[in-house]
Design a protein around this ligand. Structure first.
Ligand SMILES: Cc1cc2nc3c(=O)[nH]c(=O)nc-3n(C[C@H](O)[C@H](O)[C@H](O)COP(=O)(O)OP(=O)(O)OC[C@H]3O[C@@H](n4cnc5c(N)ncnc54)[C@H](O)[C@@H]3O)c2cc1C
Length: 393
């Protein structure tokens, strides 16, 4: 395994650190104080677009990549290090950033060339901040993603979607939503299909931004699909791509790629909490206590362990080797130690933490979602335990 950080990576991380300190941290604190997501027309997003961010990894119809720099064999490891560093400054602002986001991987791996052109080309050189999002979770269905109730019914040359989704990141501002639906709820995973639903499609509506305990910089939104008709061409991958269980596996592919990123985010938030806790301990003479030093050291050690687990999952992905077990391990461990670090910080703060205006208190609220999204801690443990005794996932 190679975790060496070369000069190019170091330079990129220095840029992330600088932007995190000067832009993301203040923006995140502001959103938290105001209790609302960063508005769509906030100049921050336009600045990112002018800087060349918020773009797709798709190389374009002519296959020529734009602004992506030299090809790297360590793309995932670099992405994880950057995800950790950005989350150190503000994870919510990181998620709020424009771009094709979570569903991009599905479109790249499963989408037809025509779909890439239709849905990703607008992210090649976006004229303004644009978002896309992935809608799986429903009011009655989260962990057991196979049990979704949103239905898709074939109707002539199109599909009719009916159902409700909740907690979907950036849904109300997204150009399109990749909606996971089922042809028949009684048939489980093999009946799952994913559909592109463009913003403004009749029947897509009822957007309601959820109230969240943390990560207020980005919107998590519920919406409904009522007799929402999309063209046949909006079925991800086209009908022929859907063999047995392929629909469900497509969605799960995103999660396997995403878990180490969430783990890296948790390490970043935990590190920030620990730095703040150390500073507070020094300012208040708490570091003189052997018990406090012991707890700070333990949290530091466990965060480093979680980072290594996370990088291993990334290294395997870069080497094109299966990483399902390591992805789950990294997510289960990092979310746990990230929460431990922020909790330790809160305990050291005492009444200062209770007032609710210290950064550690925000981090304490922010980190909880790392244990929930893309498979809760319990679900990761279910996956790992099944793997241990060689049961199918
Ligand atoms: C901030 C935030 C952002 C999100 N963003 C998105 C998004 O962009 N797109 C999207 O589709 N979803 C998103 N979600 C939803 C998220 O994926 C779900 O909340 C998650 O999958 C858990 O589902 P649930 O909340 O319905 O909990 P449930 O599935 O109802 O679980 C409740 C509790 O029971 C436990 N549990 C459930 N089943 C088992 C089992 N078999 N064994 C042991 N324990 C079990 C769980 O671990 C959990 O503790 C987001 C959620 C949050 C909080």
């Amino acid at each position: 395994m190679e975790f060496r950080i070369d000069d190019d990576m170091r330079e990129k991380l220095a840029t992330v650190r600088h932007r995190g300190r000067t832009e993301a941290r203040p923006k995140g604190l502001e959103a938290d104080r105001l209790g609302r997501p960063i508005p769509v027309d906030d100049p921050y997003f336009s600045t990112l677009i002018e800087r060349g961010e918020g773009r797709t990894r798709w190389p374009g119809p002519d296959g020529k990549r734009r602004d992506t720099g030299p090809a790297s064999t360590r793309t995932t490891v670099m992405a994880l290090l950057a995800a950790e560093e950005f989350a150190y400054w503000d994870r919510g602002v990181g998620v709020a950033q424009p771009g094709p986001g979570l569903p991009e991987g599905n479109v790249l791996s499963m989408g037809t060339e025509e779909q890439k052109e239709r849905f990703l080309s607008r992210f090649l050189e976006p004229d303004r901040p644009r978002w896309a999002c992935f809608g799986m979770t429903e009011p009655g269905c989260g962990s057991d993603a196979a049990a979704i109730q949103t239905t898709a019914r074939k109707d002539g040359d199109g599909w009719i979607l009916n159902g409700a989704k909740c907690f979907i990141g950036s849904a109300s501002r997204a150009d399109w939503i990749l909606v996971q639906a089922t042809l028949d709820p009684s048939r489980g995973r093999e009946a799952h299909r994913a559909f592109f639903v463009e913003q403004g499609t009749p029947g897509l509506g009822g957007f309601k931004i959820e109230k969240k305990m943390g990560l207020k910089a980005y919107e998590s939104t519920s919406f409904t699909l009522q007799d929402c008709r999309v063209p046949a061409a909006n079925l991800l991958g086209g009908e022929e791509r859907y063999q047995q269980r392929a629909g469900f596996k497509t969605a799960m592919r995103t999660f396997n790629a995403g878990r180490p990123v969430i783990a890296a985010n948790a390490v970043g938030i935990g590190r920030a909490a620990l730095d703040e806790a150390l500073a507070f301990a020094r300012e208040n003479g708490l570091e003189k206590s052997e018990r406090v030093r012991d707890r700070l050291e333990r949290a530091t050690r466990r965060l480093k362990l979680a980072r290594l687990q996370c990088l291993k999952a990334g290294w395997l992905a870069d080497a094109q080797k299966p990483n399902i077990l390591e992805a789950s391990m990294s997510k289960a461990l990092a979310a746990e130690v990230g929460q431990e670090a922020t909790q330790l910080g809160m305990e050291l703060l005492g009444t200062v933490g209770g007032r609710g205006d210290h950064l550690i208190e925000k981090l304490y609220r922010d980190v909880k979602a790392m244990d929930i999204v893309e498979g809760t801690g319990q679900i990761q443990r279910v996956i790992m335990a099944r793997h241990l005794v060689q049961l199918p996932r």
